[in-house]
Design a protein around this ligand. Sequence first.
Ligand code: SME
Length: 159
Amino acid sequence: MHVAIDSSFLEQLTAITDGWDGSTERRYCHLCNVSALLNQQLEDINWVGFYLMREDRKALVLGPFQGKVACTDIDLDRGVCGLAARTKESVRVDDVHTFPGHIACDSASMSELVVPLVSSSGDVVGVLDVDSAQKGRFSEDDRLLLERAAKIICEALWT
Ligand code: SME
């Protein structure tokens, strides 16, 4: 597995999402630190960050991230992110060139893992998106790990 995971990763994630005051402003503040932590911990990635559900629920809008400039709005019927948000299922793509409708924000990206963020009421509130310049970078273990991370994030910031 490429993830530099030790037991402290999920503990750090819990620590930096703790104490949310309920405001949108501070949710963004916590998510900024989460994107930084993921960028530090995940090896061989070129982009990691959040797309959050737009108010009209027709599209995702760019949230805190680390990486190159990215597209700002993703319709729910488009891209890997749209698929994960629509189906509430993680999507792991070994080769983005084989994925119909993949949105290439960074032409270096070759593989991608998108995990939905689901609130306690069952609504998709956004997605966590990770890209890599390596084909087949993300394993099932990575998917499980990031799903655990997404659960911690949602329980802390969408309660
Ligand atoms: N590749 C994504 C778009 C977001 S960027 O990767 C940052 C997609 O197809 O939904």
